[in-house]
Write a protein that binds this ligand. Structure first.
Ligand code: RB5
Length: 143
């Protein structure tokens, strides 16, 4: 069974709970790295465990969210093997897989609806990486 790791801060927590159930419809098992309530917390505390799980293959890919998505994306992308892409529309959800082969999809929980979030996640899941010139560009990312 394919596995998705989930991480959020307090701002992303309600959306994380919705998407955790939504992912089951696609046949995914989920591993939840927190947070587990709307109590204020610091997004790196869940971003880094998720990043490590993606890097070591414990999960196949990750789904992360915070208020804007930026705190999560910035923290996740500190990890050499992580390509975390922030998506706020269906088209960007597709392109972040097609062109960037993102291994973590990041959502701005305070700026999209649950309906939009589900559509973005579906688009990400159903899109394939294009490879070719995009692989060459990805190969140049590690510094
Ligand atoms: C929390 O208030 C907020 O700063 C956080 O969710 C996120 O937007 C940070 O990037």
């Amino acid at each position: 069974m394919k596995t998705v790791g989930l991480a959020s801060d307090h701002a992303g927590y309600p959306l994380k709970e919705v998407l955790k159930k939504y992912l089951v419809k696609f046949g995914y098992e989920t591993v939840d790295f927190g947070t587990h309530s709307t109590e204020s917390m610091d997004y790196p505390d869940t971003a880094h465990p998720l990043a490590k799980a993606v890097e070591n293959g414990e999960v196949d890919w990750g789904l992360a969210m915070c208020g804007t998505g930026n705190g999560m994306a910035i923290s996740l992308n500190k990890h050499q093997k992580i390509r975390a892409g922030l998506a706020w529309s269906v088209d960007i959800g597709k392109l972040v897989k097609q062109h960037n082969n993102a291994n973590v999809l990041v959502l701005p929980a305070r700026f999209i609806t649950e309906y939009q979030a589900k559509r973005i996640v579906k688009a990400f899941i159903e899109t394939e990486f294009e490879g070719g010139r995009h692989q060459r560009r990805i190969d140049k990312i590690p510094c």
